[in-house]
Ligand binder design. Structure first.
Ligand code: ADP
Ligand code: MG
Length: 709
């Protein structure tokens, strides 16, 4: 299975036949004049190693240099360009700065130079002569001051000083001026490009061509031209998104190649199951099932994502799809990230299917010896029809008779290789991945652009909303009091400890401390602790005790068991909730509200919260719609942080901002699919231009997906 992460590493790989005319852009920055070893290191720290990287290193802001005649003192402090007459020099000690008094028609100004030599000062600023200087003027009680003017020129050269200048982020050894000069050299390479954007899109947005856009973003005339919605920036953002969508579309084409078999069932098992089912499926479930069945029946390979919030009922959708496979005579595998989840699926599925007379097998790492041997034999002979399990499912020793369908639950918990290993157990296996992480539409286009997506957009009607409160840590005594009443009432409670970055040890300590303090406070209660360093047997045992009620208050480190179902748990308490992402909190809250009781969730924040952080938590209080929450999370935190995708190795965009430019993403997606439909091998004139774009964006690896012959 071709997966996002794998794709992106492919795309970043190698020089793969890059056309020769691009060589100047892809040579090292030290090929540019003035870039020595020190500057090379400085650039590297900014993520810039090649000339091409400089082109896409966009300014963060800009400064306007006010001309003195436009200047009113109320604008100070600001950056100004001004003609002055040099009056006198002053330096009290050799180690002290040199101060130069200058005057203009409006101002008296002191220029300050640290570590400068007096003879140099005398040569650039001779007494009684006029010069034009430009720099930042600051107001002190002693008067106006400018430290190290950015420019000092003869009055006739005033045009050498720009009115507006871009500001770049810098690092050691790289000054603004040097950056500007070096980028100008990169722009001078001036390689001609054929237009890769479709004419109609270009005209609609009135975008400049690629080279002009680059030149405009680096030579802004006004702060407006720095903003993401400036025409030049928007165009470059589109280029970036378009390149990415093209490579996703290529991957999709590659994956969906014909496999020649369609999987169609008699409907017999499904009919029986539906008759037995205690509830009616939601329309969203029905739609997803028919989309998946459509894929199974098609001769193209399935690569579908089933997205549905916690509790939206993904399992039954997966089961019904697997039954089609069983009716057809093939094997279906359901892969879960943990033993607890695998077991839970096994129990749920065997309960629902117990009258269907089909064979469901559970295989986990815990199966050893003879039992394991007999399970492996069932799987190999094909007598096991639905196989549920963990990583054990794709170990080398496991062979399948006729695996045609793989369902992968909580797909983000699996590495690419692991998923590949399962899919390789059959031939052209259809793949359905499931995720409970609601992803904003804009992000799913980016991350799953090559998959078809089914969304469970509604929850079963019998769900009771979870009451959510946002409370300060200072009210913790009150929370304890209420908790005591609930515990005595027989309620089961999760207590989640603060998210501590990168340290399982610290996490454990904080959870251990909280368990102890709760034990002191509630000596009568049975308090358990679950954390990431426990063996899976111990975790299982603890979760089991919690589900039977032997433990009624479960302290845990962060999101250890996404997807765990203990319907009788009805209270979720999260400490230092402000440290969590909204999507994460939403996941945690999804652990309750699964049973018949009214459930509640208390989000405790520590200390004094900034208004925005509180507003963030209040979003959770106000809605339970995972998509709404993830959209809000995206707006507030930006794409990289949503769902912790930062760590996931998925692509980051240099220019495009998904929070504000997702309208471009949809256009890029539609147009890339359209283009590849008419020119799947990118051989037309526009196709060749698009290849250039992919080279420029370092995505030439996806050419590997273009079918040859
Ligand atoms: P998730 O999408 O989080 O994996 P599950 O598949 O575990 O959700 O479903 C959660 C619970 O809802 C299960 O107990 C399941 O039997 C039940 N369920 C699923 N679909 C429906 C429905 N249409 N009506 C009522 N209950 C349902
Ligand atoms: Mg689930």
């Amino acid at each position: 299975m071709v997966d996002c992460i794998e794709r992106f590493s492919l795309m970043q790989e190698g020089q793969l036949g890059r056309p020769e005319r691009f060589f100047p852009l892809f040579s090292s920055v030290n090929s540019l004049a003035g870039v020595g070893p020190k500057a090379t290191v400085g650039f590297k720290n900014l993520g810039v190693t090649r000339v091409r990287d400089l082109l896409f290193f966009l300014p963060l802001g800009g400064i306007k240099r006010l001309k003195e005649k436009d200047l009113e003192s109320k604008y100070l402090p600001s950056t100004i360009t001004i003609e002055i007459t040099v009056k006198s020099y002053r330096q009290t000690k050799r180690s002290n700065p040199i101060r130069v008094l200058v005057t203009s028609s409006k101002f008296k100004l002191e220029l300050v130079f640290f570590h400068a030599r007096l003879d140099w000062i005398k040569s650039v600023l001779p007494i009684d002569e006029k010069r034009v200087i430009s720099g930042k003027v600051e107001v002190f009680s002693t008067g106006l001051q400018m430290v190290h003017p950015d420019y000092i020129v003869k009055s006739s050269d005033i045009n050498l000083i720009p009115d507006f200048e871009p500001i770049y982020s810098l690092s050691k050894g790289i000054t603004q001026k040097f950056m500007i000069k070096t980028i100008a050299q990169a722009l001078d390479k001036n390689i001609p490009f054929q237009e890769w954007i479709h004419k109609s899109i270009l005209q609609k947005f009135r975008w400049p061509d690629f080279s002009s856009a680059l030149s405009m973003v680096h030579n802004p005339k006004h702060i407006r031209e720095i903003r993401p919605n400036s025409l030049a920036r928007e165009r470059l953002a589109f280029d970036e998104l378009f390149a990415q969508q093209i490579s996703l579309a290529l991957a999709r084409m590659h994956f969906r190649r014909t496999r020649g078999v369609s999987i169609v069932g008699s409907g017999f098992l499904i009919k029986k199951l539906r008759e037995k089912l205690a509830f009616t499926l939601t329309s969203a479930q029905e739609e997803a099932i028919s989309e998946i069945n459509g894929d199974l029946g098609s001769k193209l390979r399935m690569n579908r994502l089933l997205q549905g919030d916690v509790g939206s009922g993904k399992t039954i959708v997966a089961l019904i799809s697997m039954l089609t496979v069983v009716e057809f005579g093939g094997q279906a595998a359901l892969l879960a990230p943990t033993e607890i989840l695998a077991k839970q699926h096994y129990e749920a599925i065997t309960t629902i299917t117990n009258e269907l007379n089909i064979s469901v097998t559970l295989l986990t790492g815990r199966d050893k010896g003879k039992l394991r041997g007999s399970k492996l034999a069932e799987i190999r002979s094909g007598s096991a029809q639905i196989i549920i399990g963990t990583h054990a499912l794709f170990q080398e020793s496991v062979g399948y008779q006729n695996l045609v369908f793989a369902v992968i639950d909580e797909q983000h918990r699996f590495g690419v290789q692991q998923r590949m290993n399962l899919v390789k157990k059959g031939i052209n296996v259809d793949v359905l991945v499931m995720t409970a992480t609601p992803i904003p539409r804009s992000l799913s286009l980016t991350y799953y652009g090559d998959m078809d997506i089914s969304i469970l957009y509604e929850k079963p009607e019998n769900r009771k909303p979870v009451k959510t409160a946002v409370m300060s840590e200072s009210k913790i005594e009150g929370i304890f009091d209420r908790l005591e009443i609930s515990l005595n009432d027989g309620r089961r409670v999760y207590w989640v400890c603060p998210l501590i970055e990168d340290s399982e040890v610290l996490r454990l300590t904080s959870a251990e401390l909280r368990r102890r303090s709760l034990k002191e406070r509630f000596p009568q209660q049975n308090i358990g602790l679950i954390h990431g360093q426990m063996s899976s047997e111990d975790k299982d045992a603890t979760m089991h005790k919690f589900s039977t009620g032997e433990i009624n208050l479960l302290v845990s480190t962060t999101v250890i068991e996404v997807g765990v179902d203990v319907p009788s748990a009805s209270i979720m308490i999260v400490e230092a909730a402000e440290r969590f992402g909204l999507a994460q909190l939403h996941q945690l809250r999804g652990r309750v509200g699964r049973g018949t009781e009214q459930s509640s969730c208390i989000l405790i924040y520590s200390g004094k919260l900034a208004k925005t952080s509180k507003a963030r938590l209040e979003i959770l209080r106000d809605t339970e719609d995972g998509f709404e929450i993830s959209e809000a999370d995206l707006r507030i935190r930006g794409a990289g942080d949503v769902l912790g995708l930062q760590q996931s190795g998925l692509p980051k965009f240099l220019i495009a901002d998904l929070a504000t430019q997702n309208h471009l993403l949809e256009i890029a997606r539609d147009d890339s699919r359209k283009l590849l439909k008419s020119d799947p091998r990118l051989i037309t004139t526009r196709g060749a231009a698009v290849r250039d774009l992919l080279y420029l964006m370092d995505m030439q690896g996806s050419f590997a997906f273009i079918q040859v012959g």
